[in-house]
Write a protein that binds this ligand. Structure first.
Ligand code: IMO
Ligand code: MG
Length: 421
């Protein structure tokens, strides 16, 4: 049987714990690949008492002998990437030996970041709450066919092409009346581009094809399916395809090459940035979840909005992604709750439905099913047999509702706190 690409996807609004799971699973995959997004991601890995937040670098980087690919669908900021590489090197791993970058990945320019900030400032109340990493403007240039790609740095006229794009951005920044120095970071950026030349720059589709002959590949999604450009809570989304199709377009592989689809979700919901969030809690319960779950942005430090698990939204993303295996994170954060709620339908215009409406922000009222809390410290549990009865009932209910087994349950940030069923 030929090797496949298994995919790890966040099923909510990001921050589900993809970094931890990719790091755990990466022991079984010689290759880990990012296929979309950029340094808006913040994937936290914790092992041997150390913590690392992966932003553009795949979360397989610390596994011995692993190869790591930054795929064609990714937007790469050379300055951020160089910094991340130096953090990796400080932890004793040589990034140059372990990372290959697709020539077709897009480059984030310093002016893309300025534009991100300028658009957000101009949007006022309607702002997306972007991570201000230049993600939206970079993908905009890609789609409008003006962008620069990693492979372009090898072209003799790279500087002219850079200047042309920069000039266009300066015009846009002027139109937005955004006060900034568009050249401030240019010299540093150019030196970071030189740094990129140290890496293996590949034709991603052929590279992946060759590696697949040797073993399976793990594709690491960034953000979450509800932030998908086509299927998420538009316009409060990111600018890439965060759902399973993004793996094919982002790496240059056919759908028939996709194997398992691991869908990750937290036992509650969080969201950073603006946009609809039907089960959001504004009371002390939300505050309690935030504090126990340490729900603050790994990249931006922003407090995350918190709420109960939304099974209507989760069923939608399970459908979108063709999830074969569910992975549940952070149920231990609910250990002390007397009652645990999950949203099992929405009331929209007086009617109950278990489907996501076109506009999630307009009068969607969550309908909850309540479970008695398990009131047990589960953080030390390493085997399914030790699950409290109330927790067992809770997960069985979820598996039935979603129609997909929960194959992995994570009860803490460390590699070891992972129970496979
Ligand atoms: P990981 O991979 C959570 C959110 C931002 C904002 C919206 C658009 O760690 O799960 P962008 O900078 O992409 O234009 O912002 O998307 N967002 C994330 N939220 N986790 C992420 O990544 C995110 N990446 C972007 O907060 O609401
Ligand atoms: Mg994050």
């Amino acid at each position: 049987m030929s090797n496949k690409i298994d995919v790890v996807l966040g099923l909510q609004w990001g921050d589900e714990g993809k970094g931890k799971i990719v790091d755990v699973l990466a022991g079984r995959y010689p290759v880990v690949a990012r296929f979309q997004g950029g340094p808006n991601a913040g994937h936290s890995l914790q092992f041997d008492g150390k913590t690392f937040v992966a932003r553009s670098i795949p979360s397989g980087i610390f596994r011995e002998g692993s190869k790591n690919i930054i795929g064609s669908g990714v937007v790469l900021d050379p300055i951020e990437f160089r910094q991340e590489c130096s953090d990796v090197a400080a932890m004793g791993v040589d990034p140059v030996a372990k990372i290959a970058i697709s020539k077709k990945a897009s480059l984030i320019l310093p002016t893309h970041r300025l534009l991100d900030a300028a658009f957000e400032a101009a949007a006022g109340k309607g702002k997306i709450g972007s991570t201000l990493r230049g993600i939206g403007p970079t993908y905009t240039d890609k789609i409008s066919r003006h962008g620069l790609r990693v492979g372009d740095i090898l072209a003799p006229d790279f500087k002219e092409r850079f200047d042309k794009l920069k000039f266009k951005h300066i015009q846009q920044l002027k139109d937005l009346n955004y006060d900034c120095d568009p050249s401030a970071e240019e010299a540093d950026w150019m030196s970071a581009v030189e740094f990129l030349r140290k890496f293996l720059l590949v034709d991603c589709e052929y590279y992946v094809e060759d590696l697949l002959k040797e073993g399976p590949i793990l594709a690491e999604g960034a953000q979450g399916s509800l932030l998908d450009i086509d299927h998420g809570s538009y316009p409060f989304v990111t600018s890439s395809s965060t759902t399973v199709g993004g793996t094919c377009t982002g790496l240059g592989v056919a759908p028939s090459k996709i194997g398992k689809v691991y869908g990750i979700f937290k036992a509650y919901c969080t969201r950073v940035g603006s946009g609809p969030f039907p089960t959001e809690l504004f009371d002390e319960t939300g505050e309690k979840i935030r504090s126990i779950g340490h729900e603050y942005g790994a990249v931006t430090g922003r407090p995350r909005r918190c709420g109960w698990l939304d099974l209507v939204a989760l069923k939608y993303t399970v459908l979108l992604d063709g999830v074969t295996d569910l992975i549940m994170m952070k149920a231990d954060c609910l250990d002390s709750f007397d009652t645990v709620k999950v949203c099992t339908s929405y009331r929209v215009d007086g009617k109950e439905t278990d489907r996501l409406p076109f506009d999630l922000s307009a009068g969607v009222e969550p309908v909850y099913t309540e479970f008695p809390g398990w009131k047990t410290d589960m953080t030390g549990i390493r085997s399914e047999e030790d699950f409290p009865e109330a927790f067992r009932n809770y997960i069985s209910f979820m598996e039935e509702y979603l129609g997909v087994p929960i194959s992995i349950i994570s009860l803490g940030p460390d590699r070891n706190a992972t129970i496979e069923r």
